[in-house]
Unconditional design. Structure first.
Length: 122
């Protein structure tokens, strides 16, 4: 990766910890919005989340992340757990075309794409 990766903006997970996410209108896709003031918010796929983020070189870390407490299907809850596990540790940030890649400490890659403007990412 030669150029710096710009995190600011809204991103939608298409792969979490190496597992591709199914497409479909009934699927709740996890998403993150990185604000320029170090705040992050979005959804794990079931619950809304909010926290802080910081970059040091290519290493991304998240501060405490809080979530709402809604119930979801076992599939969506497992997906959300994988997202929250990713946010719990440092990730190395890189880019692949327009995709943002977050590689966790075990080498598992999560891939995010820019969220379309019409996607409500809250």
């Amino acid at each position: 990766m030669g150029a710096a990766v710009r995190l600011a903006g809204s991103w939608r997970f298409v792969e979490v910890a190496g597992v591709p996410l199914d497409e479909g209108p009934e699927r709740a896709h996890p998403s993150l919005t990185f604000a320029g003031d170090g705040q992050v918010y979005g959804t794990g796929g079931v619950n809304r989340l909010r926290g802080t983020w910081a970059m040091s070189g290519r290493v991304l870390t998240f501060g405490p992340v809080v979530t709402t407490l809604m119930a979801g299907t076992p599939e969506h809850t497992a997906r959300e757990r994988a997202v929250l596990d990713l946010l719990a540790g440092p990730s190395t940030v890189s880019a692949d075309g327009e995709a943002l890649l977050l590689t966790d400490g075990e080498g598992r890659v999560s891939r995010l794409l820019p969220a379309p403007a019409e996607d409500p990412v809250v």
